[in-house]
Design a protein around this ligand. Structure first.
Ligand code: GLV
Length: 330
């Protein structure tokens, strides 16, 4: 019997066609609706491999259902949607898609920063709605980006790629990270700061930290109150690092000037969420890595990880480094 791969979203048939020669492959039929939990639970019972999306919760209940599962290949660099201890207990390799999305996600992060500071979305809507009646000196005037201070919270590969872009804008670069990165300090002139210092000094605070117990709810009203009143906050990591009520409060009371958000506590965000009613918020539907080239590369990397594990080889981008194919009892 061929090993069974279940894919939780509809992917282009040509991308998975080569897999069909060696494996039995089934996909969830929709690309705009996540697979319902009961279907996922039934599929994981039969599957040797799962190809998952960031919107799938692969928790203990799902992993405990698995009888033959060897790998979960998550189509994302983040893997906070997967219960790693439960994966370890069940001998399942967890893989992500780092590196291939670094520059694309940094581009989007910088685009959000630029959109908020120069009021690009607001100005575009203003023009399209026919509200532009005359030129005037301070019409939709925003804030400069060049020569300002950028504070990056979470200096991983995407943080470094954002810093590179910011260096081109001659920005002063501060960062906060669990560990210092002397090579990046040397190469790009980034200055390490405590979190407290960074939020007080930065004109732009950009969060790129992964979601962990330590980073959850890191940005509260109290934190926003310590930022400059002219500060712009950008979040391109995970929604739960931010207390959204605190952010809303900070934005409406002028504690900070604006926010650019690609991620939210609950995704998709409800259309009547208070943050969406604010002109000084640019909100995107979690599209950090969403270029055709990069999403294709992520999909191919996830597929390569599955093929490796099902062939008894080491995957290319393993998250749970203590996993080895020989410790896998299944
Ligand atoms: C997307 O959010 C990712 O983690 O790749």
């Amino acid at each position: 019997m061929k090993p069974y791969i279940y894919i939780t979203r509809k992917l282009p048939e040509e991308a998975i066609a080569p897999l069909r020669q060696k494996y039995e492959v089934k996909m969830w039929e929709h690309d705009d609706v996540p697979v319902p939990k009961e279907i996922l639970l039934a599929e994981v019972k039969k599957a040797d491999a799962l190809l998952t999306m960031v919107s799938d919760t692969i928790d203990e209940k799902v992993l405990n259902e698995a009888d033959n599962l060897k790998i979960v290949a998550n189509c994302a660099v983040g893997y906070d949607n997967i219960d790693l201890p439960a994966a370890a207990k069940n001998g399942v390799a967890i893989c992500n898609t780092p590196d291939v999305l670094t520059d694309t996600t940094a581009d989007l992060t910088f685009a959000l920063l630029m959109a908020v500071s120069r009021r690009v979305v607001e100005a575009a809507e203003y023009t399209k709605k026919g509200q532009w009646k005359s030129w005037s000196p301070f019409l939709l005037a925003g804030q400069d980006i060049h020569h300002k201070t950028l504070g990056i919270v979470g200096m991983g590969k995407i943080g470094e790629a954002v810093a590179k872009r910011a260096a081109g804008f001659e920005m002063n670069l501060l960062y906060h990270n669990r560990t210092r990165k002397p090579e990046i300090e040397q190469k790009l002139g980034t200055v390490y700061c405590t979190f407290e210092d960074l939020i007080k000094k930065a004109d732009f605070v950009v969060c790129l930290a992964p979601l962990t117990e330590e980073t959850k709810n890191m940005f509260t009203l109290e934190v926003f109150q310590k930022m400059k009143r002219s500060a712009i906050f950008i979040n391109a990591s995970r929604g739960p690092v931010v207390n959204e009520q605190g952010l809303y409060q900070a934005l409406v009371t002028g504690e900070i000037t604006g926010a650019g958000l690609d991620v939210f506590e609950k995704e998709p965000i409800d259309a009547d969420h208070p943050l969406l009613g604010l002109l000084n918020v640019v909100a995107l539907p979690h599209i950090g890595s969403a270029s055709v080239e990069t999403r294709t590369a992520m999909m191919n990397l996830a597929i390569a990880n599955i093929e490796a594990v099902l062939d008894g080889k080491n995957p290319l981008t393993l998250v749970n480094k203590d996993w080895t194919s020989c410790t896998n009892s299944k």
